[in-house]
Design a protein around this ligand. Structure first.
Ligand SMILES: [Zn+2]
Ligand SMILES: [Zn+2]
Length: 167
């Protein structure tokens, strides 16, 4: 897999954020370090190997396509497109959930529920659920985020080492 990036161009979506890629740093798993310091995910996979970053979805976050997941709450279910930029809480799609509501996060392709890996701590039942950074589906190379609606706790790990986190 090649680790060179060609995303030097500024986004065309009107953002004021700095999306210039820091070319000095080469990250694994297709991760891109923006010069602002934030990390962007360029692909993530469900436990069955479906890539949830769809370049054709139309939703862009500072120029990067978003991560599409199916979110199922108490009364509502729908597709939510999450920003692939770690730390950016922008999202599109279904949003009729209560703050703190525990949701099931599923793959929009195969409907598998993302594995609940760790307690989050924000509410008693909240769990961090995981996606894989590569299609080899290697444990520890993951992005995990909370299944409680509105909680932003999340981390990106490379071989179980945290390389980016939001608490
Ligand atoms: Zn899937
Ligand atoms: Zn949480």
């Amino acid at each position: 897999m090649t680790l060179s990036y060609d995303k030097k161009d500024k986004a065309h979506d009107g953002t004021t954020l700095d999306v210039v890629v820091d070319e000095k740093e080469v990250l694994p798993h297709g991760l891109v370090r923006l010069r602002s310091g934030a990390i962007a995910l360029t692909h993530v996979y469900c436990p069955n190997g479906h890539n949830l970053v769809d370049p054709n979805s139309g939703a862009r976050f500072n120029g990067y396509p978003g991560i599409t997941v199916k979110v199922k709450g108490k009364n509502r279910e729908g597709l939510v497109v999450i920003s692939p930029i770690h730390g950016d809480d922008t999202r599109f799609g279904e949003s009729h959930f209560e703050p703190g509501e525990i949701t099931e996060i599923r793959c929009p392709v195969c409907d598998v529920e993302l594995p609940r890996l760790h307690e989050c701590g924000c509410t008693p039942d909240a769990r961090l659920v995981g996606l894989y950074l590569d299609d080899s589906l290697t444990e520890g190379n993951q992005v995990v985020f909370c299944n409680s609606w509105g909680c932003l706790r999340s981390r990106i790990t490379d071989r179980f080492q945290i390389i980016s986190k939001l608490d």
